[in-house]
Every structure is written in C-alpha cells, then in structure tokens.
Write a protein that binds this ligand. Structure first.
Ligand code: FUL
Length: 738
C-alpha cells in the first residue's frame, strides 16, 4: 500500500503547483495576443474622457508636477515655484547621457531608395552580418549611452517576430525566420551597459488597419478606429513586456492624425514600463521642433502643462507640437507660468547622420565633422540631448565612414574640453559659502554644487591665470537637481586695464557651451547676473577648443567683396515676402527656389521684421495649411569692418543665402527632409552688402530657420535660431517702406 506521509504530500502538492504553473506559463506564451491586466492605478476609474485622462496623468506624474500654491499667483511666486521644480531621477539620468542614437534599420534599408513603402517583400530582409555586440561596440566607440532602436518604421515591418501579422522577421531568411532583433540588441545592451529605447511607428503603410488614419482619422468608422487602436496597443505590449527595461519610447507622431487612443497607450506604457520616458508625443522628453537638432536658444526645462492638454482629444500628439511651437517663448516669460501646473521636461534634438536621410541610402555618406560640431553646440551645448540616427547597411553593419565620423566627433569633444584652464588658476568665488572648495567645480560629474546663500542671485567666479592664456569656449553646468534657475550670465576678460565682455547667455540647464573667437588674457570673470532663485553651479570650464574646420583660406585684398554705396533712410530689419503653395501646387522641393527666383510669383503677404522666425510663427497662426510655404527675406547686411564673415544656415526644410546676389549657401534637403547646418566664409569690405535669405517649409517637422553670422569681434556668431540675434540686428537694414 502506498504510504504517504505529510512531508511527501507537501512535496507532491508543491510539484503539482509547479507543473500547473509551468503549463500556465506555456499556455500564456502561446497566447497569440498579450492582454492588458486590470488597472492598478491610483484612481478609481478611467474612461475615454479627457477630463479623467487628465486626472489620471496627474496622478501618475504627481511627484513631478508643481501646482500653484496660491490662487492668483503673483509673478514672484510663479518664478520661485518654477525655480524649484525638480527633474525626476530618470530625467536627470537621461540628461547625463547627452548623446544617444536611434539606428534606422528595417525594411526601408532593403527598399533600395531610402524609405520603404510597406509593399516590399518581407523576404528581402536578410542582414547577414548583423551582430548586436558589434552595435554595442560602435556605440561605446562613439560615446553614446543609449540605443533607441527603430523596431518598426512607417513601412510597418517589425524587427521582432510579431504575432499580429506576417510582415516581420518571422517571414525572412534572417536567422531562418527565428530571429528577434529587439531581443539580440536588448541582451547586448545589458551586457555592454547601454540603455535601450524603442522607436515604434504607429503609422504603418503595410497594414490597412494602420494606414487608414493617414487618410483622415475623421473618415474612419468606429470599427476601423477600434481595429487600429487594438492593433497598435497589442504591438506595444509585444514590445514592452519581454525585453526588460525600455528607457525611452519614441513616437514621432507622423501619419496617424491622432486616431490612436493615447489614454490607453499611456496606461500600457506606465503599466509595463513605468520608467520609460515617452519622447516626442509624451511627457518624458520634448522635441526641439526641427530635425536639425537645434535646441532652444533660451532653453527652460520647466514648462507649464498647457490648458490645451486638458481639452485636446489627441493630447500627446499635439503635445509634441505645442511644446516646440509655443513654449520656448512662453516659458521665458514668467507671466505665462502664473497659475499653471509646471513640470520638468528635457529637450531632445534629432539629426540624420547620413547626408541623404534617415535610412541607408546606398552610399552611406555621413554629414561633415563641421556640421556635427555645430550640431553638438546647438543641441548638447544648449542643454538638450542629441539623438543621431546611424544607418546600418543591408548587411546590418554601420559602415566605416559613419563610425569614423562619429569617432572624430567624440575625439573632437574629448580633446577640446579636456584642459580646463580654470584648474591652474587662482579662483575667487563670491555669492556662496566661503568654505567651498573651488576645485570641485572643475571635476566632471561633480555632485557638490556651489550654491549662493543669503538669497543672493548673483554668483561670481574670478580666475587669475599664471600668465596669459588663450581660450575660445566656455562650458557651464548648472546644478539642476533642485531646479533650473540661471537666466542670464556673462564672461568678461581683463583687457588693457578694464573688463571686456567676451560672451553672454541666458539659460544654462544641464549644459551650456558658448564658443567665441580666441581671446588672450590673464584674468577672467564669470558672473551669473540674473536667476529665478539662488543659482547653483556644478561645473565650469574654460577651454581652447580645437578647430573643426579646415584652416580658413588666406584671403588677399582682391577677395573682399566691395560694399555697395550707402543709402539713407534704411530701416532696421529685413523685408519679407510670404508665398503660399508657390505655383498653386507642389513644386518638386529642389525647384522651389529656382521658381521663386525666375518667375514673377506674387507674395501673399509682405512686411518688415528683424526676426524671421517671429514672422514664420505669426504667419503660422493665420495660415490654413501649415505646409508648403516660402519666405524671402531681403535687405542689406552692414559689415562693420573688412573681414571674413561666416554665414551658417540650416532649416526645416531648406534655405538659401545670397550675399551681393551671389549664392553662398544652398541648403536644400533632399525629398523634403530637414537639413543640417551649412557654413560659408565670405570676405566682405566694410559697408552695405545685399543679402537675401530664402526659406522653404515642406511638410516635415516644425518650420524652423537657423541663420547665424559670425564675424571677428562677435565671438560665437549671432543670428536667428539657436543664438540670440541681438548683436546681428543692428547690422540688418532694409529699404522697405512699411
Ligand atoms: C520622422 C519620420 O517620418 C522619419 O522617417 C524619421 O524616422 C524621423 C526621426 O521622424 O518624423
């Protein structure tokens, strides 16, 4: 007879539980579509209304949102509150990463023309040399800290073996259809100490459920909408559940017109990946508003949750748009923060590494070092993060040119910012504690900030060098753990017995780097001149950065373009003309400027304004279609002295600069993509020179024009876009009568 004692019974029942559990897990694994478990959020109920969504978002972000303490908050109260809005630990860690990538790989790589259409045969996908460990090595070599892997682009092909349709790696020869690229990358990232993020396009041209919204979300039946929503939500769960931590989730917002149920999407993300920062369409990371990675000149991380967020039905999509369009000016004016819920949201700038776009283009030619360095200043150097898209070739490998160029950039950064001249100087600090050890400020990653005391908003660092030193870059990091505060600062050098301003700026935030023409001096003074509350510094450095451009040509007297005769009655600013839908239709992008230059097209509006971006923004307010328009700015540039003037320009989606009617910059993006920044040296005699700036916006991203001129005596350049244009303004004149 079988004798079972108590101990055996326990073992038996434990084994049974184990077996049943294993069967359950196996069944769950077989389960075609992941299910969302019941809510576990700190609110009772949620339905599709935005009011509830708003409540729910606030509950989730409760530790990140600052609400006004007083009804009718005053400007002073709002300023102080804004100065104390802290980044969450994950946002701080994110900002410390600085350089991240989003490799654009997938069916588009195999399409033969840069961007897939959703019609390509899934069997084309066969990256025979793909090795995730090599990808990690690439990232280590270039100093990037996170891969935001493009696991699905607009073509709809998924690089994980989705069970939701057949358009994915399961139906490819790669790894005999058994591969999972997210998994291989996730494992390699874990092993190599890199963070992992995902870019998932919600629009997908392959699956009719997902392509429908592009033609108009309002034209969808409730059933179609539901089918689309279910599909994207299930895809999300497929990617958010099995691969460990996904630190950033990128939704670019293209092609869906907000047909998705963002409330639900956010629930899913916050449930399965509560640590994930949702970029572009979310509350984690905000877009810089252009695809040239140009961050805001005045870059406040603390922003109001706009009232629109409470009423728009497709909030997050709009959110990305609103942030970049309105907030830089909104947040600089504290009036606009009054009475608002505030939160801390860092900025990210995106740039295609290849000259021709996001995906492999058959050639793989990267942008120049010159452009990358300028982008570095404009993004990381403005307190934002930089996300670049290296594009693997169809074998799954980053070509040598991309690696070499990014390594060149990394070396330029390392070499330029390694010898901090403050280290060997005699330092005097005022504003904070007398016992503070100044040398802390010269240690990268310093966690002992220098904070002013007794409510002092002014902080001064004076450095006396041992003899004269030559330098051309100032790098500052604010201690933002407790909030972002500095709103104006300057650097002065002691020259001929007096302090001379070398450079000045507004916000600092995570990092601010200001380049300027070389200065030689034995004494220098950095001062915070304005702050929202007591400022705190964590790092400051003075450097002689290496030149990143080929040595300028030596010009002879004959090279200097003669000035035009002076004209009385000029008005400050440039005359602008605005053209809508030139030629009453959509000209091929590259032809638009030629068309404007050769045909008598009539502008829709004209005016005179010193600031092109202000014009663009005010026009956008009145415009029906926010796409396909052109602006022409015309007038004179008054060169203060005979010198070589460096013009820089980049735009969403293209621009041209003419000086004295000669084309100096042609920066036309191919197929409506954003451009990088192009640079041209123009030797000019002192006096008036005709200047024309043409700007074109197609459909991609936010309209943005960056136009900068650098000249001797104007260190670092000045212009519209990422620098303030105050110093350029007095040099721009026009004959316009209005
Ligand atoms: C855009 C997309 O349409 C591009 O293809 C690219 O992925 C870029 C980063 O975002 O909106």
């Amino acid at each position: 007879m079988l004798k079972i004692n108590l101990k055996d019974l326990r073992i038996l029942s434990l084994s049974l539980i184990f077996i049943v559990g294993t069967i359950n897990i196996a069944l769950a694994k077989k389960n075609e579509i992941p299910k969302m478990p019941a809510y576990q959020y700190p609110i009772e109920e949620i339905n599709a209304t935005n009011a509830n969504h708003w409540k729910w978002m606030k509950a989730f972000y409760k530790n990140e949102i600052s609400q006004p303490l007083f009804l009718n908050e005053t400007v002073e109260q709002a300023t102080l509150r804004a100065a104390h809005v802290k980044p969450s630990a994950k946002k701080l860690a994110y900002l410390d990463m600085e350089l991240i990538t989003f490799p654009h790989f997938g069916m588009s790589t195999f399409s033969g023309h840069g961007q897939g259409t959703g019609k390509e045969d899934p069997r084309k996908f066969n990256p025979v040399a793909f090795d995730a460990k090599e990808w990690v090595k690439f990232h280590k070599a270039i100093g990037a800290k996170m891969i935001v892997f493009v696991a699905k682009h607009h073509d709809g092909y998924t690089l994980w073996p989705s069970k939701l349709n057949d358009y994915n790696v399961r139906n490819s020869p790669w790894r005999d259809g058994k591969g999972d690229m997210i998994k291989e990358i996730a494992d390699a990232c874990k092993e190599g100490g890199l963070k992992l993020g995902l870019y998932i396009s919600l629009w997908d041209e392959h699956d009719p459920r997902c392509d429908r919204p592009r033609k108009g979300a309002d034209k969808m039946t409730p059933e179609q909408r539901k089918a689309y929503q279910d599909y994207v939500e299930q895809q999300l769960m497929e990617t958010l559940i099995p691969y460990g931590e996904i630190s950033e989730l990128w939704f670019d917002g293209a092609g869906t017109n907000g047909a998705e149920d963002w409330n639900r999407i956010f629930e899913i993300i916050h449930h399965f990946q509560p640590k994930s920062l949702v970029a572009m369409c979310g509350f984690g990371v905000r877009w810089c508003g252009n695809e040239s990675a140009v961050g805001d000149a005045v870059n406040w991380n603390v922003l109001p949750m706009l009232p629109e967020l409470r009423t728009q039905s497709w909030v997050p999509y709009h959110f990305g748009q609103l942030i970049s369009k309105k907030l830089p000016t909104v947040t600089d004016n504290v009036e606009n923060l009054k009475g608002q819920d505030l939160f801390f949201i860092p900025q990210e700038g995106d740039l295609a590494l290849l000259k021709k776009g996001w995906h492999w283009d058959g050639e793989g030619e990267p942008r120049s070092l010159e452009i990358l360095v300028n982008t570095y200043y404009a993004s990381i150097g403005s307190g934002a993060n930089l996300i670049v898209s290296p594009a693997p070739d169809p074998t799954g490998v980053f070509n040598k040119q991309q690696l070499d160029r990014m390594v060149e950039l990394r070396q330029w950064i390392t070499n330029s910012f390694s010898t901090n001249l403050f280290k060997d100087a005699k330092i005097t600090l005022t504003g904070g504690s007398a016992n503070y050890k100044a040398s802390n400020l010269f240690i990268e990653g310093n966690k002992k900030p220098y904070i002013t005391k007794n409510q002092s908003k002014s902080l001064v660092l004076t450095a006396e060098f041992n003899g004269e030193q030559t330098f051309n870059n100032l790098l500052i990091q604010e201690y933002i753990n407790e909030g972002q505060r500095i709103s104006a600062f300057k650097l002065e050098a002691w020259k001929n017995g007096a302090w001379k301003v070398v450079t000045e700026g507004r916000t600092v935030g995570h990092k601010r780097i200001l380049p300027f023409s070389e200065i030689t001096s034995d004494k220098i003074r950095f001062s915070v001149t304005e702050a929202r509350d007591m400022p705190a510094l964590s790092y400051i450095g003075l450097f002689k950065a290496l030149p990143y451009r080929e040595k300028a040509k030596v010009y002879t007297e004959a090279d200097y373009q003669p000035a035009l005769a002076d004209k009385p009655n000029l008005k400050q600013g440039l005359a602008w003309s605005y053209y809508e839908d030139a030629n009453n239709g959509f000209l091929p992008y590259q032809e638009i400027f030629t068309y404007l230059n050769t045909t008598k097209v009539k502008p829709v509006a004209t005016g005179l304004d010193p600031n092109p971006m202000k014009v663009v923004n005010s026009i956008l307010k009145t415009q029906k279609r926010k796409e396909h328009f052109t602006l022409r700015f015309e007038g004179y540039f008054r060169a203060p002295a005979q010198a070589v003037y460096t013009f820089q320009a980049g735009a969403n989606n293209g621009c041209r600069i003419y000086v004295d009617e000669k084309s100096v910059i042609e920066n036309d993006a191919s197929s409506g993509l954003p451009t990088g920044i192009k640079i041209a040296d123009v030797p000019l005699q002192a006096g008036l020179h005709k200047i024309t700036v043409l700007y074109y916006f197609g459909t991609t991203g936010q309209p943005k024009l960056n136009f900068v001129v650098e000249w001797p005596g104007n260190a670092g350049g000045d212009g519209f876009g990422w620098n303030s244009y105050q110093r350029l303004l007095p040099l721009l004149w026009s004959e316009a009568s209005n």
